[in-house]
Design a protein around this ligand. Structure first.
Ligand SMILES: *Cc1c(COP(=O)(O)O)cnc(C)c1O
Length: 460
């Protein structure tokens, strides 16, 4: 029950804040969960209640909520040089070091980095780079961007246009020239009797048809998350990226990996594209880049796009784009530390990526166990990201009526039991912090299992 006193945190939050992506009837009924601090993978609210955050904040707090090394790196940079920009030929030394580190960690042998403050801005930046390249290279018509239905790329005007979610029609989006192809979800989109390989071939053929219809010379890029995140945690079908990339290569169209969720270890490799064995032409990163401690995004161009952007920029003397806080030195210091903590191991601590790999079988086993419930239609995922999709009828994959808000109820019941997880369509998403212990993972599945049984008993 919400605390109704007029001076309660819940009432104060409701009085003066606007909420993004929040179910407002739930807020009315339950009040905002107002948080004060965290410990490892747990967060605490103003009433002292503890929650295991199975969503790493919003996919990003992969090192937990009180990592001492990350906070120390921020503090040291604040003390030494607390802020600067990256315009007009100036750049903080820490930012220079971060670019070196990112190129070393990137799935390319060389390339260049451009900084933003978010994943959305990184996608907008990428598209402006491609439009700028088209104009400078004598192909001003090369502007169309291909993405997938349910793909999530952010909320700014271009990133929202790339995103293949129905709610964007509420804004009159997408803009012209943003085309959404079939969602690569075999369980939902595969035809009766169609094998996974045949499904992949059908998606590649669709891409070929779209390119033929639109004209290859009008298409600037195909942008895809290695595993769709906010679209419902959807791993690609077998051979998908190989099939897509070979189709794109025939037409000279770049493939960009939106690694905002997958990047920095989530799928068990540094990058999602490495998990799926392909090398994209550019990578978009954010979220775990600073382990959630600072708003920062990055576009990392591979050799070909980096060289072309450099040449096109030199021709007009600059690339006229950037944000006041692009490459912020404090963000850069935190990102340097976060990459060390995740990929290299800091001090005596092993890399968090090792723990991702160690925990993955336990995570998969916990998911498989819950998938046996009669109202879980599919358990899917990769590494430490997963989703459980609720269905009214398992055999026919029929969803529950949307007015039952089943996934919202499951998430709220979890909250009552001290577990934070996120509803997404009819699914529940799990993307635990990389610092979880075995016992914490068991706690996550126990609490989720109890909530699922309780809600299914109410609605089924
Ligand atoms: C979250 C996300 C974005 C947008 O990042 P913001 O920092 O929220 O703007 C873009 N792409 C993917 C794949 C994401 O998950």
């Amino acid at each position: 029950m919400p605390d109704d006193a007029p001076n309660s945190w819940e009432a104060r939050a409701a009085a003066h804040s606007l909420y993004g992506f929040t179910d407002l009837p739930t807020i009315d009924r339950r009040g905002t969960v107002v948080l004060t601090h965290g410990e490892g993978p747990y967060v605490f609210d103003v009433h002292g209640r503890r929650y295991l955050d199975a969503n790493s904040g919003l996919w990003n707090m992969v090192a937990g909520f009180d990592h001492p090394g990350l906070a120390a790196a921020a503090k040291a940079q604040y003390d030494r040089f607390p802020g600067y920009h990256a315009f007009f030929g100036r750049m903080a030394d820490t930012t220079v070091m971060l670019s070196e580190k990112l190129i070393e960690a990137a799935p390319f042998e060389r390339g260049r980095v451009f900084y933003t403050n978010s994943g959305s801005e990184a996608n907008d930046t990428l598209v402006k780079m491609l439009w700028f390249l088209g104009a400078q290279e004598g192909h001003p018509e090369r502007r169309k961007i291909l993405t997938r239905i349910n793909g999530y790329h952010g909320v700014t005007v271009v990133a929202a246009s790339m995103t293949g979610k129905p709610y964007n029609s509420l804004f009159g989006l997408p803009l012209e020239g943003f085309l959404h192809l079939t969602c690569p979800h075999y369980w939902r989109e595969g035809a009766e009797g169609e094998s996974e390989a045949a499904f992949t071939a059908r998606l590649a053929a669709e891409l070929d048809e779209v390119i033929a219809r639109e004209g290859a010379e009008t298409i600037a890029a195909f942008v895809a998350e290695p595993v769709m995140g906010a679209g419902g945690v959807i791993p690609p079908p077998e051979g998908y990226f190989q099939a897509i990339q070979s189709t794109l290569e025939k037409h000279g169209i770049p493939l960009v990996a939106d690694e905002v969720i997958c990047g920095f270890g989530r799928t068990g490799e540094a990058w999602g594209c490495q998990t799926y064995g392909f090398v994209p032409d550019a990578v978009v990163a954010s979220k775990a880049l600073t382990a959630g401690l600072f708003p920062m995004g990055a576009v990392i161009l591979g050799p070909d796009l980096a060289d072309r952007l450099q040449a096109a920029s030199e021709a007009v003397e600059e690339f006229p784009h950037g944000f006041t806080a692009s490459g912020h030195p404090v963000g850069s210091a935190i990102a340097l530390k976060a990459i060390e903590v995740i990929l290299d191991g800091a001090g005596d601590a092993p890399p968090l990526l090792d723990n991702v790999r160690r925990l993955t079988p336990r995570f998969e086993a916990g998911m498989a166990e819950l998938a046996r419930l009669p109202n879980i239609g599919e358990a899917r995922g990769k590494g430490l990201m997963g989703a459980l999709e609720a269905v009214a009828d398992k055999a026919t994959k029929t969803p529950f009526p949307s007015e039952l808000s089943v996934s919202e109820r499951i998430a709220n019941t979890c909250t009552d039991h001290g577990l934070i997880c996120r509803p997404l369509g009819q699914s529940i998403v799990l993307c635990p912090p990389f610092v979880m212990t075995d016992a914490q993972m068991d706690e996550m599945f126990e609490k989720l299992g109890a909530a699922l049984e309780q809600v299914f008993a109410e609605v089924a």
